[in-house]
Design a protein. Structure first.
Length: 134
């Protein structure tokens, strides 16, 4: 049975923290930095996720093979100053505390059969001798 091979994707995830209390704007910035540090600390401690290693209240699906074998890792991705400027310029807002992560190895496949071929049951090893002509 022939199938298309799965496509592996890398996704870039932007995590931002923006807290602005009414009384003091500096407290909001400090709160943002604290929350972002908690997120980074968690993802440094556990950067690989799979269905079997995650705690879930839902029972495992019986027939969804792709979901049971789904595994991805998160890696901190550092942007240059120029990339940061372009990122926040395209988002159209002011820069807030953020972290960018690269999410690796998400396999997407259709599992559509392209064709079926019979199983090879025997191999013919007949050798033909070619006579030499003068």
């Amino acid at each position: 049975m022939y199938e298309n091979s799965p496509v592996c994707l890398n996704l870039y995830v932007l995590i931002t923290c923006n807290y602005t209390p009414d009384s003091d704007p500096t407290k909001g910035y400090i709160s943002s930095l604290k929350r972002l540090s908690f997120i980074i600390q968690f993802l440094q401690g556990k950067n690989s996720f799979s269905y079997s290693s995650s705690v879930s209240d839902f029972p495992a699906p019986n027939s969804d093979f792709d979901l049971l074998n789904l595994k991805f890792t998160l890696e901190l991705y550092t942007l240059t100053f120029e990339q940061i400027n372009h990122l926040w310029g395209s988002l159209g807002g002011r820069q807030v505390p953020f972290a960018m992560y690269k999410l690796r190895l998400i396999a997407i496949t259709d599992r559509k059969r392209l064709r079926e071929v019979p199983l090879i049951e025997e191999i013919d090893t007949t050798i033909l001798k070619i006579s030499e002509t003068n």
